[in-house]
Design a protein around this ligand. Structure first.
Ligand SMILES: Cc1cc2nc3c(=O)[nH]c(=O)nc-3n(C[C@H](O)[C@H](O)[C@H](O)COP(=O)(O)OP(=O)(O)OC[C@H]3O[C@@H](n4cnc5c(N)ncnc54)[C@H](O)[C@@H]3O)c2cc1C
Length: 302
């Protein structure tokens, strides 16, 4: 029996959805990428556990995708199952200042709801179009705050379908990095937020959002910052002084607003983006001696 024939027996929960040959461009902010062999929106923990065991039993690659806002998918697509967490896996529960949040929830929704509840700590996240899972994996952040700062515990699933509760220390949050990508899937987290005044928190959230919209491109498709900031410097500044703003390869262009953003301005391919990335790295190294490391994750290039 082929694994593709066996898969529909696993995806049975109401609210879940299985699609073969799904274009992943539809699920990334870059709007780039070929098809996944199978794409599943998973709505329950038990179904996710069944998928973990399926992946192990059939030895099929699985990639969990959040909102695809930090992801470049190959033009050849992904030969495996891509999973997105919805419903039970995107739930939010608030008990005083302790918040339990599913990995599938969108960060801007979390940020808005917390401000309405008078809870401070995730105001910076309104302008980050990712999911909680992606923010945990990446330790997403802005304006001096990082998601890991408010995380007390993280729940992950192993490839035998078991849930494991990790402490903040075990998640090993660093600048745009954590240790969580060694597990099958991140399913959620517990956050400890600071009680405060609704109006003050909302005003701070809106100010940070406004600053972001004014200094970063928000119209064209992109994947956020392409490169990590080197210690004590900014990748955007280095790209700018290397004269690369507006530089274009195929349909991919370095933003003229913020040099660390690569835009898909005209049906860019993943190959266009990677050629542009290599050109930027080479030019910045030549002009400044600094090697830029990419922040955006890649899928389907193996
Ligand atoms: C306009 C724009 C602005 C941005 N601004 C910022 C910013 O200010 N600060 C910042 O840090 N980032 C920023 N980003 C990048 C991005 O939004 C963050 O990195 C975000 O946390 C990624 O979340 P995601 O759900 O989109 O992850 P995805 O892009 O879907 O995935 C990223 C990685 O995480 C993995 N992953 C996702 N969810 C799970 C899960 N549940 N379990 C296991 N693995 C998982 C994926 O496999 C992939 O390797 C921006 C992006 C855009 C497009």
């Amino acid at each position: 029996m082929d694994w593709k024939d066996a898969l529909p027996e696993i995806v049975t929960q109401p609210g879940s959805r299985l699609q073969f040959r799904e274009p992943l461009a539809k699920h990334t902010h870059f709007g780039i990428g070929g098809e996944a062999t199978a794409y599943i929106e998973v709505s329950t923990v038990s179904e996710l556990a069944a998928l973990a065991r399926f992946h192990k039993q059939w030895d099929i690659p699985v990639a969990v995708i959040g909102r695809g806002s930090n992801l470049l998918v190959s033009d050849r697509g992904f030969k495996g199952i891509s999973i997105r967490l919805v419903s039970e896996l995107a739930k939010l529960e608030v008990d005083g200042n302790i918040v339990s949040v599913g990995a599938g929830l969108a960060l801007p929704a979390l940020s808005k709801t917390m401000s309405q509840r008078g809870l401070s700590g995730v105001e910076f996240a309104l302008g980050i179009p990712g999911s909680v899972g992606g923010a945990l994996i990446m330790n997403a952040g802005a304006w001096g705050s990082s998601f890991g700062d408010v995380v007390t515990n993280v729940t992950v699933m192993t490839d035998t379908g078991e849930l494991v509760n990790l402490t903040h220390a075990e998640a090993k949050f660093e600048y745009r990095h954590s240790s969580l990508d060694t597990y099958f899937c991140v399913t959620g987290a517990t956050l400890t937020l600071e009680p405060g005044d609704v109006d003050t928190i909302t005003a701070r959230m809106q100010t940070l959002f406004k600053q972001k919209v004014e200094t970063q491109p928000f119209v064209e498709e992109n994947a956020g910052c392409m490169f990590k900031n080197p210690p004590g410097d900014s990748a955007g500044r280095l790209i700018d002084i290397s004269g690369l703003k507006g530089y274009r390869i195929g349909g991919a262009e370095v933003s003229t607003i913020h040099g660390n953003f690569i835009l898909n301005i005209d049906n860019a391919t993943a190959e266009d983006v990677l050629k542009l990335v290599a050109h930027i790295q080479q030019q910045v190294r030549e002009k400044t001696g600094i090697s830029l490391q990419t922040e955006v994750k890649r899928l389907g290039f193996d």
